[in-house]
Design a protein around this ligand. Structure first.
Ligand code: PLP
Length: 438
């Protein structure tokens, strides 16, 4: 690891120079402190991002399998999105009034994701916050239910863990002043008995969940889990909110569409605007009617839902171009078989090196985890995380021109990814394992 750090220092003089300059005026030297999570001695400053290629300020190029942690899942700066943004920029950026793109985007979202009524937000974090508010307003219940190991953005109420079976507020949270466990219940994923036990209390407004957990490493649902979980939610009057921000990788229309699930609400963030900050959340007709009723019955005043730049003209121009021309059936038809190829390639690479690491896949999202069998819930997934090993692998890959998401071993494919890029990644990982294992 020390040698890899030195190699990074040697090959990134301009980034190092910029890091010295930004230290004084940005907390931790970066505008978002997570930008330091890349296991590098100082941040990597970017020059450009096009398709699958990132170029840093030193002229080093990278094949990108992180893709902005899904924000650029359909490739960096797709031509159609860039062109739509350029046109819209001439016609006005933001006016707090809808543009004609709103009609087209609404049609496409409904058709593709199976829910008839939508609202916009600036980020998936915001979309989740707003969906939770609607759920509480609609049901008149105050409590939320989430899965251990979940992440839905920086939404205060969902930062709860199960440690030795006991719900606890995540201890890394800064500035948290009220007790989250009073508002939020937390259970393990893939445990229908635990789900039914908590739903029986009839105090839970909604279950907010990713259909496949992706933020504690990947955890797949057991066969039939979601059909049964959905039926339980319906039986006890708890709304099911599926956050498909990451599982949009599953296929056209996301996981719910591909697997015949009917969520009450659906949250879609990150990749929708091709890299522009925007998100949406959808509702069934019944939930939309109840939301309308809740709004009409509430006293006049601020609902606590929305932000000024939400649904700005640029975001909608980007979403329209992206949905129409980039997130197409053809794009998925390219990505999904390539992801299979990558998953198979990883399995045989690990077998060759005699390491017992499992490979999990949800459509265009592939991940390897440091255990022979895939985890079934958040506790199991946390137990197999080896952060130091992860960081060593990621830094080695970066020094060899390949980027992996910094948070875990997640590899995302885009329409711009080719079989040659997959082969390159596998070759770099092969070299890494040779160095690690001798
Ligand atoms: N939902 C899920 C499932 C996520 O993984 C994330 C971020 O990683 C979010 C929501 C929040 O997205 P954002 O940071 O763009 O608000």
């Amino acid at each position: 690891h020390a040698a890899q750090r030195q190699q990074y220092v040697n090959t990134h003089p301009q980034s190092q120079q910029l890091a010295l300059q930004t230290q004084a005026h940005w907390l931790f030297g970066v505008p978002l402190h997570w930008m330091n999570d890349w296991s590098t001695p100082f941040p990597l400053f970017m020059q450009s991002a096009q398709g699958l290629t990132l170029t840093d300020v030193d002229g080093n190029e990278y094949v990108d399998f992180c893709l902005g942690d899904t924000g650029a899942m359909f490739g960096h700066s797709p031509n159609a999105v860039a062109a739509a943004l350029a046109t819209q920029a001439q016609q006005g950026l933001s006016s707090m009034l809808p543009t004609a793109d709103v009609a087209a985007v609404g049609n496409m979202l409904s058709e593709r994701f199976g829910l008839p009524v939508w609202q916009a937000a600036m980020s998936a974090t915001d979309a989740n916050r707003f969906a939770l508010r609607w759920a509480r307003a609609i049901t008149g219940r105050s409590k939320l239910l989430v899965f251990n190991g979940c992440y839905h953005g920086t939404v205060d109420d969902v930062f709860v863990d199960l440690i030795d079976g006991v719900p606890q507020q995540r201890d890394s949270l800064l500035g948290q002043v009220y007790a989250l466990t009073e508002h939020t219940e937390v259970i393990e994923f893939n445990d229908l008995a635990a789900l039914e036990a908590v739903l029986q209390t009839e105090t839970i407004a909604c279950l907010l969940a990713e259909p496949v957990m992706t933020n504690v490493g990947m955890v797949l649902p057991q066969p039939d889990y979601w059909q049964q979980a959905q039926a339980l939610c319906q039986r006890y009057g708890t709304l099911l909110i599926l956050d498909e921000t990451h599982t949009i990788s599953t296929g056209l229309g996301g996981y719910a569409t591909q697997h015949g699930l009917q969520a009450d609400m659906l949250v879609l963030g990150k990749p929708l605007g091709g890299g522009m900050p925007c998100a949406v959340y959808g509702m069934s007709a019944d939930i939309a009617a109840r939301a309308q009723q809740a709004k009409e019955q509430a006293p006049a005043g601020h609902s606590g839902i929305g932000t000024t730049l939400t649904a700005n003209a640029l975001a909608f121009a980007a979403m329209r171009a992206n949905l129409e021309q980039v997130m197409t059936p053809a794009a998925y038809a390219h990505m999904l078989p390539l992801a299979e190829q990558l998953a198979e390639g990883l399995r045989s690479l690990f077998a060759q090196h005699g390491v017992h690491w499992c490979v999990t896949q949800v459509g265009a999202r592939v991940e390897f985890q440091f255990a022979a069998t895939p985890p079934q819930n958040g506790t199991e997934a946390r137990a197999i995380m080896l952060h130091e090993l992860e960081q060593t692998i990621h830094l080695y890959c970066l020094n060899h021109g390949v980027l992996i998401t910094p948070f875990h071993n997640m590899l995302l494919l885009s329409p711009a990814t080719t079989a040659a890029d997959v082969a390159r990644l596998l070759a770099v990982l092969d070299g890494c394992l040779q160095e690690l294992l001798g």
